[in-house]
Design a protein around this ligand. Structure first.
Ligand code: PGA
Length: 219
């Protein structure tokens, strides 16, 4: 109806996304943004805990993250795989190895994201599950800062494969072939079930579902 159309002609859509999704989420929003130029999209990019705080407050209609909180009434739609890999500087001795076990890494300095990062939480969980004690040498507040520190030879890190170029060697980095890795996690889009989604939010969800379903089939 007319009111609905008006809502798509001019409106606002607030989305929260964890930092790792900044490497591809803007691309995914592209077709929707071009089709509805009157809708002002506000994409907040924060770490996992900050995105949870935004969901608690109801700041955004949609949120993209790896580990949705269980204490909120959320609907969820898994939309993309998030493989997490260990990286080293290209000239690091471990980068030349054909096969590695996690144990081969642990005498190297470990670089992690800041507290509150979902990536860091997954790493800590994986180490604890395997009974491995590997204390971080340094915490850095963004994926890019971690990548630069790894490239500078300051240590190793676990990051989403999506934060790296298609050819990581081109940015001075190597993905280490560690047994049991990549860790396979998923990103989900979530929204609060106790609030009605606006027309722009529903339209974006439909758009993403239609386009990503096609991509998900071949796996
Ligand atoms: P983050 O993102 O490390 O930036 O918090 C991780 C996630 O996907 O939840």
């Amino acid at each position: 109806d007319a009111a609905a159309l008006q809502g798509l002609r001019q409106g606002r859509l607030r989305i929260a996304a964890v930092t790792t999704t900044e490497y591809f989420l803007p691309d995914l929003l592209g077709p929707f943004a071009r089709q509805y130029p009157g809708i002002r999209i506000e994409l907040a990019v924060e770490n996992r805990d900050a995105v949870v705080a935004r969901l608690e407050r109801g700041d955004d209609e949609l949120a993209a993250m790896m580990r949705p909180p269980t204490h909120l009434p959320l609907a969820r739609w898994p939309f993309l795989e998030n493989p997490l890999v260990f990286i080293a500087a290209l000239d690091h001795p471990l980068a030349a190895r054909r096969r590695l076990r996690l144990q081969d890494l642990v005498d190297q300095p470990l670089l992690v994201r800041e507290t509150g990062s979902g990536t860091r939480a997954v790493l800590e969980e994986a180490l604890a599950e395997r009974g491995i004690n590997w204390a971080p040498r340094m915490a850095l507040g963004s994926n890019e800062a971690v990548k630069h520190a790894v490239r500078a030879g300051l240590g190793l890190a676990l990051l989403s494969r999506h934060t790296l170029a298609a050819e990581p060697a081109g940015e001075g980095l190597a993905v280490l072939p560690v047994a049991g890795f990549p860790l396979r996690r998923q990103w989900v889009l979530v929204w609060r079930q106790d609030r009605a989604l606006s027309l722009p939010a529903r339209t974006l969800l439909d758009d993403l579902r239609a386009r990503l379903r096609v991509r998900a089939v071949p796996r």
